[in-house]
Write a protein that binds this ligand. Structure first.
Ligand code: ADP
Ligand code: MG
Length: 475
């Protein structure tokens, strides 16, 4: 029977055939008996090993590793110990082994050591590889310009530099915190689902509350990974607060433009209603003023000019009306600019203003309404002329980019004070005694209908440049 006390052959066989390396040694570690598994692990023959002690085949750095335990073992304080250390095999290579050492005394009171040696080289190599790949991952993620956070089902394990910067927090404020504690209500279940199902997910939008109470909108992707030998999730994230704000602003703009459409329709209706009586008023006034050629009625000029003013307001209001469905045509914007410039030069000359036009040699095509665009250019030139009462230069230029082109109208007029720039283009905002404050709003409206955008660069006392960007169209 196995384990039967007086069957030494069986004992010997189990020693010989054991899968782990085994050795019997004296208390100095000199081997007295070794099994074939140990010769296989160390590469030394039976005879070689009999000339050696454990310390002889131990890698020099590891020799002192278990001295203390050995002492305790020999003192009878412990009955065995285990240690992981490196042997040097016959070929001179390091071999990781798991060593269990126990001691016993024979009936003459002499102490012996029993070594059990397990080859753990493969495991150690795998561990090393894992550590190395983890280190590589860490380095990669550390330097990655994207914000990255690694978490497991419960807590945040790691946040890279870019991530800490993006959220403007310190590492210790996040690492170790439960991931769900950050997510705002309403996202918990959703994210929990993703984590539990091991999903990869992209373009997730979350809002979170940071430990210091700040709220952030994030957009992220989440991917299951292994991290420190455990299942985890890598989340690449980006602050989405700006976009969210933008969405809000866009909503407001949309509302505004809807309002403007409504105003436009109203304006058109009212304008027609006013224009007709105004025309007869003007006619009667003319008759009347003929009667007072002796100037006994001195206010006729004022009334005339006020009527003209009402007329011009109405004309601009009419332009606000929903753009009449006008056929869009492919236009060479250079021709439109040239025509307007020619037309406005006469007026500019009166104020000693030079209009310089610098256009590309090749056609610049835009799909649009010729009359509306003319209106835009006239409005801008009109403003520039009005801003230069004592003369100067207006430059019109076009720069062509790959997808867009930019029209620039630049003057040397009195410019716009910083504090007014936000108000420019708002309905009825004018700094002019006879202004309507509608020109730029109409201009903006038309440009938007052409999918373009307008920006204003201005310095008080130096001049103003209006830039209009339009999408390019092919022939
Ligand atoms: P209006 O010309 O009737 O005042 P606009 O909408 O055309 O109305 O312009 C609004 C205001 O913007 C002007 O009153 C003026 O103060 C300012 N502005 C527009 N263009 C210029 C410019 N080129 N130089 C200086 N100020 C300008
Ligand atoms: Mg104007």
């Amino acid at each position: 029977m196995l384990g039967e006390e007086n069957n030494p052959e069986l004992f010997y066989a189990s020693f010989q055939f054991a899968a782990v390396g085994m050795a019997l040694a004296d208390i100095q570690g000199d081997f007295l008996m070794v099994n074939p598994s140990l010769t296989r692990i160390t590469g030394y023959s039976n005879n070689d090993l009999m000339q050696k002690r454990d310390a002889d085949i131990t890698y020099h750095e590891d020799i002192n590793l278990d001295l203390r335990f050995l002492q305790q073992l020999l003192n009878g304080e412990i009955s065995y110990y285990e240690v992981e250390k490196r042997y040097i095999n016959k070929e001179g290579h390091k071999v990781w082994v798991h060593l269990s050492v126990s001691a016993f005394e024979d009936n003459k009171g002499q102490k012996f050591l029993i070594y059990q040696v397990k080859d753990i080289n493969r495991r150690k190599k795998a561990e090393k590889n894992l550590r190395r790949s983890e280190e590589q991952y860490r380095k990669l993620v550390e330097l990655c310009p994207d914000a990255i956070c690694v978490h497991n089902k419960n807590e945040i394990l790691y946040v890279n530099e870019a991530g800490l910067k993006e959220l403007d927090v310190k590492e210790e404020e996040l690492v170790g915190k439960p991931i769900l504690s950050l997510l705002n209500d309403g996202y918990h279940q959703f994210y929990y689902g993703i984590v539990n199902e091991d999903w990869s997910a992209e373009q997730l939008e979350f809002s979170i509350t940071l430990p210091d109470g700040r709220e952030k909108d994030l957009i992220c992707s989440s991917t299951p990974i292994m991290f420190q030998g455990e299942k985890a999730f890598q989340v690449v994230f980006r602050d989405n607060t700006y976009n969210k704000e933008l969405e809000k602003t866009n909503d407001i703009l949309l509302q505004q433009s809807e309002k403007m459409n409504l105003v436009g329709e109203l304006a058109a209706g009212i304008a027609h209603e006013i224009r007709n009586p105004l025309t007869s008023l003007k006619g009667f006034l003319q008759l009347l003023s003929a009667d007072f050629e002796d100037h006994s009625f001195p206010y006729d000029k004022i009334i005339f000019s006020e009527i003209d003013r009402i007329n011009s307001i109405i004309n601009e209001l009419l332009l606000l009306a929903k753009p009449t469905i006008e056929e869009l045509k492919k236009l060479d914007i250079r021709h439109v600019v040239n025509q307007v410039a020619l037309f406005m030069k006469a007026q500019a000359n009166m104020y000693n203003i030079e209009v310089l036009v610098d256009l590309p040699k090749y056609p610049v095509i835009l799909e649009g309404s010729e009359n509306k665009l003319k209106q835009v250019f006239i409005n801008l030139l009109q403003n520039s002329i009005e801003a230069m009462p004592s003369g100067g230069k207006i430059t019109i230029e076009i720069s062509v980019l790959s997808e867009t082109f930019v029209l620039s109208f630049k003057d040397e007029g009195y410019g716009i004070p910083d504090e007014l720039i936000d108000k420019i283009g708002k309905p009825f905002f004018t700094t002019k005694e006879n202004g309507t404050g509608l020109g730029l709003m109409v201009t903006n409206n038309i440009i938007q209908h052409h999918k373009g955008s307008l920006s204003i660069l201005s310095k008080e006392g130096e001049g103003t440049e209006i830039l209009i960007t339009f999408p390019r169209t092919n022939y």
